[in-house]
Write a protein that binds this ligand. Structure first.
Ligand SMILES: Nc1nc2c(ncn2[C@@H]2O[C@H](COP(=O)(O)OP(=O)(O)OP(=O)(O)O)[C@@H](O)[C@H]2O)c(=O)[nH]1
Ligand SMILES: [Mg+2]
Ligand SMILES: [Zn+2]
Length: 305
């Protein structure tokens, strides 16, 4: 029988079969012992072959993946963690306040999506919050920055519903991986999109304005209008593994288009002469924040290698 992985919490996996019934699943012994470098070999979105034995699905085979998002396992640098598989797109929820989302975090997400060829979008949420003028400006500037680079950018509020219809349109008939820091409102958004779902949500810790890591698993849900969304725990960062320093600038869209104009084709855009990227940063055509993230990620790659 054929099935789709719809929930993973570490080793605990659930699979959905064509009748829509779901079963707890286990991997066949042989498969479990196979050498692999992953935190867990199965991810939400995986298509599998299975057989049912006493209300347990025994997974016999993982079918080839169309694509996936993989990050370095934050607890074991040599391991890779598959965030989700067989995706049409990925959506990062962003808040500039409550909780604060660093630009570097947004850039990390975008680099990961570029590296794995998953179309990415940003939703700046909690639009109903009355921000200080300085933070309000930041919100608008950040949205403008990523729009200009070419990413779809939404402004939403789960509380007032503002902007959620545009977002609903964007999600329709697609499979979307939804992510963002703990407390940005991923589960709240999915509850709004799917009436009656009632995923657990929790207020932020008052003193720190950070989330409480309420969602501890990754799970896929069907949208009433068609399509699927994947809720996930609040990941701390998206570190891409196994890339070469010269590859990195390809994953910054606005740098990628300028690479042919650098004098050296192995230019790292740090201090090389006639570097088209540095020139664009100096002219203000590439945002300083993006270039800073680039240098920081490049540094990490160099120290690991
Ligand atoms: N003001 C406001 N608060 C929101 C909005 N969306 C979510 N929240 C609140 O933010 C808090 C966290 O929401 P959750 O949905 O639990 O956040 P999450 O991203 O799923 O968090 P984790 O599961 O911990 O990763 C809750 O108190 C929500 O009510 C919004 O649009 N506006
Ligand atoms: Mg949640
Ligand atoms: Zn260069």
């Amino acid at each position: 029988m054929h099935g789709t992985i719809v929930r993973t919490a570490g080793e605990h996996v659930h699979v959905r079969i064509p009748t829509s019934a779901t079963f707890p699943a286990t991997l066949r012994g042989k498969f479990r012992l196979e050498e692999h470098n992953f935190t867990t070999p199965l991810a939400v979105g995986d298509e599998v072959k299975l057989r049912i034995e006493e209300d347990i699905a025994v997974i016999e085979e993982i079918l080839p993946r169309r694509n996936w998002l993989v990050r370095v396992d934050p607890n074991h640098a040599y391991r890779r963690q598959i965030l989700a598989a067989n995706l049409d797109q990925a959506l990062l929820l962003v808040t500039v306040e409550a909780p604060f989302t660093p630009l570097r975090y947004i850039d990390g997400f975008l680099v990961l999506c570029e590296a794995y060829d998953v179309p990415a979008a940003l939703a700046f949420t909690k639009a109903d919050l009355h921000l200080k003028p300085r933070d309000q400006k930041k919100r608008i500037d950040f949205m403008q920055l990523y729009k200009q680079i070419g990413y779809p950018v939404f402004s939403t509020s789960t509380h007032t519903g503002v902007g959620t219809e545009e977002l609903r349109n964007y999600l329709k008939n697609k499979r979307t991986f939804i992510t963002g820091l703990s407390g940005v409102g991923k589960s709240s958004l999915i509850n709004l999109l799917i009436p009656g779902l009632n995923l657990a949500t929790q207020p932020l810790v008052r003193l720190t304005q950070r989330g409480r890591h309420t969602t501890t698993y990754t799970a896929l849900y069907e949208l009433p209008e068609g399509g699927e969304v994947i809720d996930s725990p609040g990941f701390g960062e998206f570190k891409v593994g196994d890339i070469q320093p010269t590859e990195l600038s390809h994953y910054f869209r606005e740098m990628r288009e300028r690479l042919p104009f650098c004098r050296f084709n192995n230019c790292l855009h740090v201090d090389e002469p006639a570097c088209a990227v540095i020139e664009s940063v100096q002219k203000g055509e590439i945002a300083a924040s993006r270039y800073h993230t680039y240098l920081a990620l490049l540094n990490e790659l160099k120290t690991v290698a």
